[in-house]
Design a protein around this ligand. Structure first.
Ligand code: FAD
Length: 252
């Protein structure tokens, strides 16, 4: 993505290009992995472009359309992250439950201890609510076929995914005791993944701002200093509306 039209409006200055990795001038400075991966490994990295040239037909979308191309990709990308988060969190939840019914300590299995039951219940409720919200958003995308109309819904499931994945994973780790923090179980990996889900395709905070803006569009300010639900105001309105019936009835 690069600036091709510096004098255009801020959303129309950049164009997107497909640049094959073998194109002369691309330098891979170094690969960067996630925190749990050995140094030097990983699929992210720093690239430098030295006078890279590609044919004009390598432009993706219209000239000056990079922002729109990126947003179109990101809408689908974000619900995809949400769907795979549901699947991953469900797998981790299954690990939590299996351990709860298997591990016997202090006279009973963990599943009989109320604080472990709370972990099971909280995880199930949060995951089920999230799953249905993701499903509903996917249904709205199919129905409306309009990215702008579902932007707030997509941001909402994007903003929630970090917490759902983090909290279910943290409980599953805890229920596994010290085994949970070792490299013999995948929980440290999945905890990192929960933070990735809170960053990739936009940080959680930015998506919450989008949700709030979309929601608040549907509200207008009260017409004076008091809320429309201010009781004296409601009472005055009711008295005005029913003045005929109230005539002659003693007040208070
Ligand atoms: C695994 C992975 C893959 C990625 N893949 C891609 C990719 O394919 N393409 C791509 O373009 N990018 C990709 N990203 C980048 C990702 O979109 C950015 O890392 C993310 O948008 C945050 O930007 P930043 O890292 O510059 O953090 P910053 O913008 O520096 O933000 C740092 C922190 O500041 C806070 N913050 C930032 N903005 C606000 C705000 N408006 N209000 C309140 N708080 C705020 C948040 O806590 C945020 O985490 C990827 C990231 C990861 C981790």
């Amino acid at each position: 993505m690069t600036v091709t039209d510096p004098d255009a409006g801020s959303y129309d200055q950049q164009s997107m290009f497909v640049v094959p990795i073998e194109t002369p001038g691309i330098e891979t400075i170094r690969n960067v992995g996630m925190g749990y991966e050995p140094v030097g490994e990983g699929i992210e990295g720093y690239l430098r472009y030295h006078d890279v040239r590609v044919p004009a037909d390598h432009m993706l979308g219209p000239r000056g359309g990079a922002f729109m191309v990126a947003q179109t990709r990101l809408g689908g990308g974000r619900i995809h992250h949400a769907m795979r988060t549901v699947g991953l969190a469900r797998r981790i939840f299954d690990m939590l439950c299996e351990r709860a019914v298997s591990r016997y300590t202090q006279g009973e299995v963990l599943a009989n201890k109320q604080m472990v039951q709370e972990m099971v219940a909280d995880s199930w409720m949060e995951l089920e609510a999230y799953r249905l919200m993701v499903l509903h958003t996917a249904w709205k995308i199919d129905q409306l076929q309009d990215y702008k109309a579902v932007r707030g819904d997509i941001s909402a499931i994007k903003a929630m995914m970090q917490k759902v994945l983090h909290d279910v994973t943290a409980r599953a780790l805890q229920v596994h005791g010290s085994l949970g923090v070792t490299h013999e179980m995948p929980f440290i990996h999945y905890l990192t993944e929960s933070f990735v889900m809170g960053l990739a395709d936009g940080p959680t905070e930015v998506h919450k701002v989008t949700v709030a803006r979309q929601v608040l569009k549907n509200y207008k300010a009260a017409d004076d200093n008091f809320p429309t639900t201010h009781l004296p105001k409601l009472r005055a309105a009711a008295e005005a509306k029913f003045a005929d019936q109230l005539a002659g009835i003693p007040r208070d």
